[in-house]
Ligand binder design. Structure first.
Ligand code: KG4
Ligand code: ZN
Length: 338
């Protein structure tokens, strides 16, 4: 078999990342997370693109060094074309084009959302791969999608959020509770020792397999405002119960749609990805569903669930096999459907 070495670059949001793969095996995976956004409580696009510009060379150097690979041995450059923040995408796209031109090797464009899904195919002994067809649930601070995956590049979005992403629901609720950004992991942590049924938040009514999370954020805001008026220490005194109740509601919203998707498609393999798939409530509910509903859950290695370049590299590898190369005239695309 052939030896294919892909250098992959990801810069769609606030992580500058580079990875090197040897066929479907990962040799290195470097992520520079931008701390600059923390004090603003969310990603500031202008600051993100500047930080990418600063980080991209050192990150790529480190990825090549850790993989112990010389640039001249690379087979192709894969990069994130979109979706994402335009200013951020431009940094990775321009860099990838230049590198491909300088090294005289093929360029491969990658859709970030497809990459979150195909991350499951990075070869890892302890992480079994789903078989086609399967349902992919991609949940992060930027996306919430249910995708029917029939083959590597045969995918159909069958449900998605009509407003906020699920990660935003966590982060915005956390912000209302005075927790630092990103608050998702903190809600998860406090929820572990709280009562999930302490407070009830209404679930949105959305048709089909689509999601809505903006109503929950508003419900949490009104609830907290009302309670704090009566008791200024309400949040401190009931933090764990509040977090557990918010998380319970989010998990219920997701599970309702997954059950529906499984029923509707007859597909009972569910592969999750995106930063929110780290959430213990979601993991527990999906695992419990294996017994209850007879489905099979796939959760990739943690470093492949958040934004990373390894997932861009695995898509690059499969596209390389198909000789699906990209023309040098390619431009970044903030809204990029598949
Ligand atoms: O995939 P990711 O690193 O970046 C993108 O948004 O694309 O996802 C980050 C999101 C944030 O909203 C963060 O709060 C959330 O994932 N998150 C969690 C947990 N870990 C990360 N949300 C809930 N529970 C967690 N354990
Ligand atoms: Zn992402």
């Amino acid at each position: 078999s052939r030896d294919i070495y892909i250098l992959a670059i990801e810069s769609s949001c606030d992580d500058t990342a580079a990875a090197v793969l040897h066929n479907d095996k990962l040799l290195s995976n470097i992520v520079a997370t931008q701390e600059v956004h923390k004090k603003y409580g969310g990603v500031v696009p202008e600051l993100a693109s500047r930080a990418h510009q600063q980080n991209i060379v050192p990150v790529i150097h480190q990825a090549l060094a850790e993989a112990n690979i010389d640039k001249k041995d690379l087979s192709a450059i894969a990069f994130t074309k979109g979706p994402g923040l335009m200013g951020s995408l431009l940094v990775g796209t321009s860099f990838a084009k230049s590198l491909s031109m300088g090294l005289n090797i093929p360029l491969i464009e990658v859709n970030h959302m497809q990459a979150h899904i195909l991350a499951h195919f990075i070869d890892e002994e302890d992480f079994p791969k789903p078989t086609f067809p399967f349902l992919a649930l991609t949940i992060s601070g930027g996306h919430t999608q249910v995708v029917k995956v029939s083959n590597y590049f045969e995918m159909e979005v069958i449900g998605q959020t009509i407003d906020d992403a699920v990660g935003e629901a966590f982060d915005k609720s956390a912000k209302i509770l005075g927790l630092p950004y990103p608050g998702g992991p903190l809600i998860d942590r406090y929820a572990r020792t709280g009562n999930p049924k302490a407070y009830k938040f209404t679930k949105p009514k959305v048709d089909g397999l689509d999601f809505s999370f903006s109503g929950l954020k508003t419900a949490v805001l009104y609830f907290i405002q009302k309670e704090v008026k009566n008791n200024p220490n309400f949040i401190e005194e009931n933090r764990d119960d509040i977090c557990a109740s918010i998380q319970y509601t989010i998990v219920e919203i997701l599970m309702d749609k997954i059950k529906k998707a499984v029923k509707q498609t007859g597909i009972n393999q569910i592969a999750i990805g995106g930063g929110v798939s780290a959430n213990s409530g979601i993991r527990t509910a999906l695992k419990a569903g294996e017994q209850k509903y007879g489905w099979q859950t796939y959760i990739p290695k943690f470093e492949y669930t958040t934004d990373n370049a390894a997932m861009i590299g695995i898509v690059g590898y499969y596209k390389y096999l198909e000789e699906e190369f990209t023309d040098m005239g390619v431009t970044a695309q903030a809204r990029y459907k598949f």
